[in-house]
Design a binder for this molecule. Structure first.
Ligand code: SF4
Ligand code: SF4
Length: 55
């Protein structure tokens, strides 16, 4: 999964929904730990800005 930083408004909903806690805020950016991510798509489905895409 990839976060399009320009679209993200840092609502943090993706962090709340990720079942494996792969998303965090770091230096004011939302980042996905690709080692942990299962590519389940939950974060993309809740993102109100369509800022998360499958790679
Ligand atoms: S795709 Fe699933 S596992 Fe990966 S960051 Fe999004 S919610 Fe978490
Ligand atoms: S849900 Fe979307 S807009 Fe909200 S913090 Fe995550 S990537 Fe950014």
């Amino acid at each position: 999964m990839e976060i399009i930083s320009e679209k993200c408004n840092k609502c943090l909903e993706c962090i709340e929904v990720c079942p494996v806690h792969a998303i965090s805020e770091n230096n004011n950016l939302i980042v996905i730990d690709k080692e942990i991510c299962l590519s389940c798509g939950c974060c993309a489905s809740v993102c109100p800005r369509n800022a998360i895409e499958f790679e």
